[in-house]
Design a protein around this ligand. Structure first.
Ligand SMILES: OCc1cccc(Br)n1
Length: 446
């Protein structure tokens, strides 16, 4: 209405002053503690890394899967004192359900395999690249999320499966310029520890807990390790023997100590022989101290480490033949690994191997006249239909701005729609690397 001053007061006749804009408190524009944003330059590196994960998975004939980031908390409640359990990012949802942000992907895989049951044909070769979470006190300022590449083989009891998985990681390392002089794999078998523990008649149900304690051997003082092992009921003799075995770095020495008849030794010999055939013998070494910190491993375990000794484990995995039955399913022989997206980037930085990744666009298209913007849009669509990327200048900008934009976006070609040329049905093209310039009919534009 004529008297309506647009304030929405709605009362005709009375002039109401516009509302005074209230002071808006600026929000914290940082992401939540321990989490990351991926602005374009970081997203390009992440995509580069994940594209290598996916290409290697394709080369090995694996199928991609994914699961919800949010899972029932019950999937991750294991009583072996694992760090992953202590740091579970869990809460009660509005339906009073206990849920958790997944700290790893393997339990979700187990859940899905049980759910699918007999409809799945074995062997399964699945891979995933998924964000995983932990709630760690920020005292250490560590991340609370990372992305993990997982590859898993289900239905193959032989060690050929573990050998194949290690081969896939070696393939990945080679693709990004990492060599056996940069990284190696420490390989062992929990069956070796199992043989020692059963020699001292340690009950099977203590096995996972003992492995979780031993996994901390390089992270906490040895007397704390011994105290924690004693607390599980292990005798001092068993503890001493265990620690002696863990210090062994050669299969021959191990055989001298525990004898050569066990499955653990047999598996390891088979793995090292297969490594020869795959061509990655120089990448792996036996190291009895490798147990990994997940309670469910039952056989071969391995972890990728940087030979400079500065970084945390790059990746890790192993055999977990009895995980499904812990969820009430039928056991299926299984092995897999997890490969995080953070340590590998630290290693690439250290080695000077980070790739140069910049925005690339094939064309930048600009109308030199406002009433030619429609034609510019037609040019852009035609090029895009041919699979060419086009940055279409949407606003009215001076040519100087367009050239600067072309430089920032690394455009290969500048296409200008000008009145004179368009009267002849032509557009002008400038090749920005060679500076070659020409006019061409729109339908001849390639
Ligand atoms: O390395 C274990 C792990 C699990 C979830 C999230 C992050 Br960060 N790290």
């Amino acid at each position: 209405s004529a008297t309506d001053n647009g304030s929405g007061g709605g009362r005709s006749g009375a002039l109401t002053p516009p509302p005074v804009a209230e002071e808006v408190q600026r929000i914290d524009v940082n992401p939540p503690k321990g989490t990351r944003d991926f602005p374009p330059e970081d997203m390009r590196l992440r995509n580069w890394l994940f594209n290598h994960f996916r290409e290697v998975s394709r080369l090995f004939g694996f199928e991609e899967v994914d699961y919800p980031v949010l899972e029932s908390e019950a999937l991750f409640i294991r009583k072996a004192g694992e760090e992953i359990r202590d740091q579970l990012y869990c809460f009660e949802d509005r339906g009073n359900r206990r849920v958790a942000l997944r700290p790893e992907l393997t339990p979700s895989l187990a859940r899905l395999v049980i759910q699918k049951g007999k409809s799945l044909s074995l062997p399964l070769k699945w891979f995933a690249v998924g964000q995983c979470w932990r709630y760690e006190r920020m005292t250490r300022g560590r991340r609370r999320e990372h992305y993990q590449w997982n590859m898993d083989i289900l239905g193959v009891p032989e060690v050929t499966a573990e050998a194949e998985l290690i081969s896939s990681i070696v393939t990945f390392f080679k693709r990004i310029g990492i060599t056996e002089s940069d990284v190696g794999f420490k390989v062992s078998s929990r069956k070796v520890l199992q043989e020692v523990l059963s020699f001292y008649s340690v009950p099977e149900n203590l096995f996972g807990k003992v492995c979780v304690i031993i996994d901390k051997i390089e992270k906490i003082p040895i007397d704390v390790i011994k105290k924690d092992l004693e607390a599980t009921g292990l005798s001092n003799e068993a503890i001493e023997q265990l620690l002696q075995v863990l210090s062994i770095k050669s299969l021959t020495k191990l055989e001298e100590i525990i004898g050569g008849g066990g499955e653990g030794i047999a598996d390891l010999k088979k793995l090292f022989s297969l490594a020869e055939k795959f061509g990655y013998s120089q990448w792996i070494q036996f190291d009895a101290s490798v147990v990994r910190g997940l309670a469910y491993y039952t056989g071969i375990v391995f972890e990728g480490f940087d030979r400079g000794g500065k970084l945390r484990a790059i990746c890790g995995g192993g055999r977990y033949d009895r995980l499904l039955s812990t969820f009430g399913g039928e056991d299926i022989p299984a092995c897999g690994f997890g490969f995080g997206d953070a340590v590998i980037v630290e290693l690439l930085k250290e080695k000077g191997l980070l790739p140069e990744l910049s925005l690339e666009v094939d064309n930048i298209v600009c109308a030199l006249d406002d009433d030619l913007k429609g034609v510019a849009a037609t040019v852009a669509s035609k090029l895009r239909e041919k699979g060419q990327s086009v940055e279409l200048v949407l606003e009215t900008k001076p040519l100087k701005w367009v050239f600067k934009r072309a430089a920032r976006t690394n455009a290969q070609r500048l296409i200008l729609v000008g009145k004179t040329e368009w009267e002849k049905g032509m557009v002008s093209v400038k090749n920005l690397s060679s500076s070659e310039q020409y006019e061409i009919k729109l339908d001849e534009l390639e």
